[in-house]
Write a protein of this length. Structure first.
Length: 261
């Protein structure tokens, strides 16, 4: 195995390990790592999207066995995210200019979403406390309005994830908690993972159709991610969450700022 290929295996293992321990950080870490390896922004996003779709499919199987998925909410999210992903892909295909312009757009969008993700991770506890205190507000919404807000949330996530490969984890879970504050956290996580699979699959295949995917790199990332997720999941809880999340958030703030500036 070449040194470069081994680097991708190690990257997949490291990201898988962190995701297994914290539940977040997949796209927000993998895409910047691929940029660091010299992969162009468009190909980095496309490769990470398909990587996420394949790895999270296993998570859906586990969460479904534990009854941690609200398929109704997943359906409403997908009703907004999948069409938004298709429209975003169409816009990228029709974007005037050369590949460099597309890469620049994706790079800056990536930086902005990284900063938002970092803030969501840093203030996740405060957001959850706020939502819990105002849980009663949820009942002032009719079922139709709540469903419409869920579709709109899915559309926003679909746009962000397709353009940057980031947002389906931390941002998606926080958004769901604000909409459904009485839903158990395990079901929030399971529902968002279930929603992320069709979204990242459609977006990833779309990027592949645009030529924005490196199958060689994808294979080596998956080779490392499977044992990484296994190890991280088994060690989850042994390292204090109060230590892990701030470290991850600060790292994303630094990377996001560098990409934007």
């Amino acid at each position: 195995m070449e040194v470069g290929s081994m680097g991708f295996v190690v990257a997949g293992m490291v990201v898988g390990f962190i995701v297994g321990m914290t539940g977040v950080g997949g796209g927000s870490l993998m895409t910047p790592i691929l940029l660091w390896f010299g992969i162009n922004p468009a190909a980095a996003v496309g490769t990470d999207l398909l990587y996420a779709a394949i790895t999270k499919a296993g998570g859906v199987f586990v969460h479904q066995r534990n009854s941690n998925i609200d398929w109704k909410v997943t359906g409403w999210l997908a009703a907004g995210s999948v069409p938004a992903a298709a429209l975003t892909l169409l816009a990228l295909a029709l974007l005037p200019g050369d590949q460099q312009a597309t890469n620049t757009l994706i790079k800056h969008a990536l930086g902005i979403v990284l900063l938002l993700t970092a803030l969501a991770i840093l203030f996740k506890k405060q957001i959850f406390v706020f939502a819990s205190r105002h849980a009663g507000d949820r009942f002032h919404l009719s079922a139709g309005r709540l469903n419409a807000l869920t579709v709109l949330t899915g559309a926003v996530l679909g746009f962000m994830v397709t353009l940057t490969s980031i947002g389906a984890g931390a941002l998606g879970t926080v958004a769901l908690f604000l909409l459904y504050p009485l839903m158990a956290t395990r079901r929030l996580v399971g529902t968002e993972i279930a929603h992320a699979v069709p979204l990242t699959l459609v977006a990833g295949l779309g990027h592949a159709g645009l030529g924005n995917l490196d199958w060689h790199v994808l294979g080596f990332l998956l080779l490392g991610s499977l044992p990484g997720i296994f190890l991280g999941s088994h060690l989850s809880g042994r390292v204090p969450d109060a230590v892990l999340r701030p470290c991850l958030a600060v790292m994303l703030l630094v990377i996001g700022t560098k990409l934007v500036v």
